[in-house]
Write a protein that binds this ligand. Sequence first.
Ligand code: GTP
Ligand code: MG
Length: 388
Amino acid sequence: MLERHPGGERAVIVQLDFGESSIADRREEVCLLAGSAGASVCATIEGKRKFPDSATYAGKGKVQEIAEAVVLHQADVVIFNHALSPAQERNLEQAVQCRVIDRTSLILDIFAQRAQSSDGKLQVELAQLDHLATRLVRGWTHLERQKGGIGLRGPGETQLETDRRLLGKRVKLLRERLRKLERQRGVQGRSRLRNEVLRVSLVGYTNAGKSTLFNALTHADSYAADQLFATLDTTSRKLWVGEAGHIVISDTVGFIRDLPHELVAAFHATLEATSQADLLLHVVDSVSPIREEQMQEVEKVLAEIGASEVRQIVVLNKLDLGELSPAVERDEYGNIVRIRLSARRGDGLELLRQALAEVAQEKSHYGNQQKVADISHITGSMESFIPL
Ligand SMILES: Nc1nc2c(ncn2[C@@H]2O[C@H](COP(=O)(O)OP(=O)(O)OP(=O)(O)O)[C@@H](O)[C@H]2O)c(=O)[nH]1
Ligand SMILES: [Mg+2]
């Protein structure tokens, strides 16, 4: 993890425009990301280009501008809201004389700070090591102390080879541990839950309001905050939905544009709850100017984790910030497809509860009508009575 100054690292943000439509929103998002990582933004450098410069991504003139901003603001780090190649990062660091990180490293850093469960920690470390592996040419500075360490180096091996070998070993170990955890969970989850209770997963872009909605429904205290990636670990609760009985609802990690593929791969276990759910509540910040783009990003990640076939209800959240009232929309077959509500104020929650009961009833009707499910192992046995 990065070393942090007490007041937060001072960051210069770089946002280049290659002709996309939503540059202002991208800039705003990266500033939020930087803030969520604990940095304070001291300058934002923007520029227009047709395509990235192969050596420095930003091009000579812009790099000069960045270097001046670094000196002027005494910055600790330069954050590019783009994916940089290892060579570009190296060239940039030389040119601006300051640490340079890209969007992927920034997101990985936030995840590293938030990870709490052992699963989460393993997954983040794995993703970071994967990302680092391609960057080893830069030298792995925090391993410097192991230079010449007895037993750490084979005959004639360079530091780089030693680093690679250690890294490879660590990655293998982490993968094995994760697989073991996944297997354990798989056995528990599948045998106890399959076809018995309705499993609902909250999905959506980061900051859409998933945890707020989860808390409002279950009276739980899942961490909700105006931060990106406030939630990392999956939390599940039982929820009583009247005649339809219990359902299990899970709050999960949020998605974001260009989610690093290392993370999607590493978070396979966490996202399993999503791909195995019977119903996804796709929570959307309905007042975001880029909500369509955000929804597409979520669909993309869902496809990547094999969850695009799972039934979905879109929850248009934060209606208190707009002018519309709570509502339910059905398709031509009568299936609920969208619900408009405010998780924070509670407006429209009742409609969602009814919708969940409706889907749960369908499941118990069409699914195998088995005995009452054993869901006692679900974390926390907090139950909420939902009057319908
Ligand atoms: N005005 C308004 N704000 C809301 C509503 N729901 C959530 N928020 C706010 O939106 C912010 C993000 O809420 P969270 O519940 O943490 O969002 P999340 O989707 O869980 O975010 P991540 O865990 O970071 O992916 C918080 O500041 C909430 O208070 C709502 O209905 N209306
Ligand atoms: Mg959350």
